[in-house]
Design a protein around this ligand. Sequence first.
Ligand SMILES: Cc1cn([C@H]2C[C@H](O)[C@@H](COP(=O)(O)OP(=O)(O)O[C@H]3O[C@@H](C)C(=O)[C@@H](O)[C@H]3O)O2)c(=O)[nH]c1=O
Length: 173
Amino acid sequence: MQFIETKIPGLTIIEPKVFLDNRGYFMESFKEEEFRKAIGSINWIQDNESKSSKGVLRGLHLQTGDFAQAKLVRVVVGKVFDVAVDVRKGSPTYGQYVGVELSDENHRQLFIPRGFAHGFLVLSDTCIFQYKVDNIYCKESEDGFHYESFGIEWPTIDKGFIISEKDAILKLA
Ligand SMILES: Cc1cn([C@H]2C[C@H](O)[C@@H](COP(=O)(O)OP(=O)(O)O[C@H]3O[C@@H](C)C(=O)[C@@H](O)[C@H]3O)O2)c(=O)[nH]c1=O
């Protein structure tokens, strides 16, 4: 398992070691000991999964205050352009984002610390997206930014993006 630093300290790409053979592949998708040594001890308390079709853009989301969440995100089926934006007040990298392709071929994961806004655009026909979070879901603590914020260069999709009503009216930053 490799931990690759991005330009935003703490925001980390993780590449599991994949063992291929004539049956398919095997990989350890999460290993607490290695994660703790590379990043720190995180008490993951919930796993989430969503399914989306091509062009779906979910985000940019975060929870605030006592319900802030770190996330460990990955794609089980398909391919996405995944984005994390540093929106921690006073952070030297405030407003900066990292965009990374996560797919069922590169098996990459992204560790997103608390205080980042997160979103992803589905590039494949269908996508199953899974992630761990370290805090409970709290509707009242949800916050977000419109996907056109922060100068994010999203890939283009022929038929355009599919966005929830809630995400379409998020504030622009
Ligand atoms: C996120 C979440 C949603 N829900 C419910 C609320 C709602 O009725 C339904 C769908 O919720 P949403 O529309 O917010 O789902 P979605 O747009 O997929 O939200 C997710 O987007 C990505 C980008 C993230 O980073 C996640 O943290 C999360 O915010 O699921 C839960 O019960 N638990 C949860 O943890």
